[in-house]
Design a protein around this ligand. Structure first.
Ligand SMILES: [Zn+2]
Length: 423
């Protein structure tokens, strides 16, 4: 195994030093002869990023993404682990399917692909899936989600929360009361009224989060809230956390930056679920991320084939690709708050997913060398044709964002060098 010395690197913004990687770990002795030297002057080292919310589309929609192409996009974005959502075809609701995804991730070998299991059979919301069988499978599933759909039935949600306690699992909820969003096309507000489009009201999210934190509290189980998008949701979460409810929450990069005004373009690249909200929601989400009411930035990377996205707004599938632009967007929102970024994009998601070996302390000898090197001074104008992902549905085409991922290492092996995926 090649040893590396990263010359003049800054760990989370600290004074420059040399970082030695040997036998897959951070070492505190000299690298020895034959070590490869990486000129890391001006670069910042972060623990490898961990995404709690990635759609890899395999099995079923390999024309949009595969485990391999999604792994490449993740590595290019500085990620070393991704949690793969269950809304594939077939749905990841059995040990067989989650093991298939897990195995494909191992074969690609670029990031740790941790499958998420469905909560209900076929995501249909009627019957609990084989949660125990998925938990004890080779994939060792710990997060369960019907993402794309809400577990709307409160009795099923309660039973799911009870069931996963046995193996310290967590239910990740896509909070959307379906009766309140029938036919919805965008955020319900002043812009939707102006455009005459059916709205997706904030209360459809907030009502489910309020119900679910009460259920999680009642059962004493762990709840994770996917893609929080409204100021009202932040207040529900703030109160629940103050009471000690075991709830964690994520926000996407796009909900930290973009607003519903973009829908006036009728460009379906801006169609996403939950929808882009208002500027005041964006402000509340940013503050919640700083305060810790929101624990994690998760991409909700949602690749779509051209025909599903380049059509009329009403027919377009919701979702945006996000793995390759997440860190630049967060840098543009938070600035160079490296400690905070490491916590929200690596350590906290690793803890929630139970991923040992991720989100480690790079200053500690013996830690896994699972890290990403970022050039904060670089700026990049996003060109969809440059994306590593198989899909092109980025809302940032033509936008200049700060920060470039220079290298990514997974357990001491480079997956990205000089900004290029190694394999
Ligand atoms: Zn979702």
């Amino acid at each position: 195994m090649t040893a590396y010395v990263m010359k003049g690197v800054s760990l989370l913004g600290a004074a420059p030093r040399d970082l030695v990687v040997r036998d897959g770990r951070i070492a505190d002795e000299p690298p020895g002869a034959g070590a490869e030297v990486i000129d890391a002057a001006g670069l910042v080292a972060l623990p490898g990023l961990v995404d709690l919310h990635t759609h890899l589309r395999e099995p079923g929609r390999e024309d949009a993404e595969t485990v391999e192409t999604g792994s490449r996009a993740a590595a290019a974005g500085g990620y070393t682990a991704v949690c793969a959502m269950a809304n594939t075809s077939p749905v990841a609701d059995t040990a067989g399917v989650v093991e298939q995804v897990w195995r494909l991730g191992r074969e690609a070998g670029l990031v740790d692909v941790q499958p998420i299991g469905a909560v209900t059979v076929g995501l249909a919301g009627r019957q609990l899936a084989e949660l125990g069988a998925m938990a004890t499978s080779a994939a060792q599933v710990r997060i369960f989600s019907d993402d794309g759909h809400c577990v709307a039935d409160p009795r099923l949600m309660r039973r799911a929360l009870e069931y996963v306690k046995a193996f310290d699992g967590v239910i990740a909820q896509h909070a959307e009361e379906p009766r309140l969003t029938e036919g919805a096309q965008m955020h319900e507000g002043e812009v939707s009224t102006r455009l005459g489009l059916t709205g997706w009201p904030a209360v459809a999210e907030e009502a489910i989060i309020a119900r679910d934190v009460l259920l999680a509290e009642h059962v004493g189980s762990r709840l994770h809230v996917c893609h929080v998008s409204t100021a009202g949701s932040v207040e529900v979460l703030r109160q629940a956390k103050a009471r000690g409810v075991r709830v964690t929450a994520e926000v996407t990069p796009h909900h930290l930056l973009l607003t519903d005004e973009l829908a006036t373009s009728y460009d379906p690249v801006y169609k996403v679920n939950p929808p882009l909200r208002t500027a005041s929601d964006v402000r509340a989400l940013r503050q919640a991320l700083i305060d810790g009411v929101i624990d994690v930035v998760a991409t909700d990377h949602a690749p779509h084939a051209v025909e599903d996205k380049e059509c009329e707004w009403a027919y377009a599938r919701p979702g945006m690709v996000g793995l390759e632009t997440a860190l630049p967007v967060v840098l543009s929102v938070l600035g160079e708050q490296w400690e905070l970024i490491a916590e929200r994009m690596s350590r906290a998601p690793a803890r929630i997913a139970g991923l040992a070996g991720h989100g480690g302390d790079l200053a500690a000898a013996g830690s896994p060398a699972t890290l990403t090197l970022v050039d904060p001074a670089a700026r990049r104008t996003v060109d969809p044709s440059d994306l590593v992902s198989r899909s092109r549905n980025t809302p940032y085409a033509g936008t200049t964002l700060p920060g470039r991922i220079v290298a990514t290492f997974l357990r001491g092996e480079p997956t990205v060098l000089d900004g290029k995926v190694v394999r």
